[in-house]
Design a protein around this ligand. Sequence first.
Ligand SMILES: [Zn+2]
Length: 307
Amino acid sequence: MTVGVISHHQCLTHHMGDHHPEAPARMAAIQDQLIRSGLDYVIRQFNAKPIDKQWLYLAHDKDYIDSIFSNAPEEGLYHLDDDTVMNPNTLNAALLSAGAAKDAVDLVMSKELSSAFCATRPPGHHAEHNKGMGFCFFNNVAVAAAYAKQQYKMKRVAIVDFDVHHGNGTEDIVKDKKGYLFCSTYQYPFYPFEIKESTKPPIINTPLDATAKSADFRQAILDTWLPALNKFKPQIIFISAGFDAHVEDDMSQVSLVDEDYRWVTDQLKDIADKHADGRIVSVLEGGYSLNALGRSAVAHINGLIGY
Ligand SMILES: [Zn+2]
């Protein structure tokens, strides 16, 4: 099974301020752990290509996308909100980040890779149809999922999200469209706050208490995600892979450990092997404790490989 990691060094040039947690060092932390673990000899590494604007319109309102292009600063900063800031390199990084997810679809559909992990930034799962927020500009996973439907005629596309924050942007984009299943676990009450719990497809929203630990997370996946996924029989699985529910991550109170990311990846790989010819496209979302982020991403990639 060949697993690819898609990235681009220019994603490091998007910078939202010295004390912002969504920092370039996150990507370096993942790369360091890939080398440290020896995985860099096992995986194939690819440079992302910037996505063509036309593909962004599959998931986003045209006026919103055009406004991001026209507001991209040539110098200084442009604020979408207090936490979501463009510098002169942000547009390029965001196009590479969405481009990586699209490239991953092509590589997996052509069977050049069995699955792929996009180690890019900015992340995407908070970006709604017509609004960027929460460190996100383009919804990378939703754009790539829509691309898989459009370009490869995928009829049943699952997107699962284990970031500690709810994937509000992804839900907003897919909720009224046919052929999607979206499953999200998240700490609640927590950013972005206005979330309806749902056990009914196409939206499976499973809140976790702030006190949740490994056993609670695993039980939630077993009780809610896996039955829905097995019933849906996805032809491809997309993962919004955020690692900020880790016990070492100060962003949240939920207390997961490295092995939980391996475990959930194993469960998803089983579903993909059963229904989707093994096809998984995973996209980095959150994860702000640099050491835990690197280790958890390696655990996740090991799960994709199936060691
Ligand atoms: Zn998050």
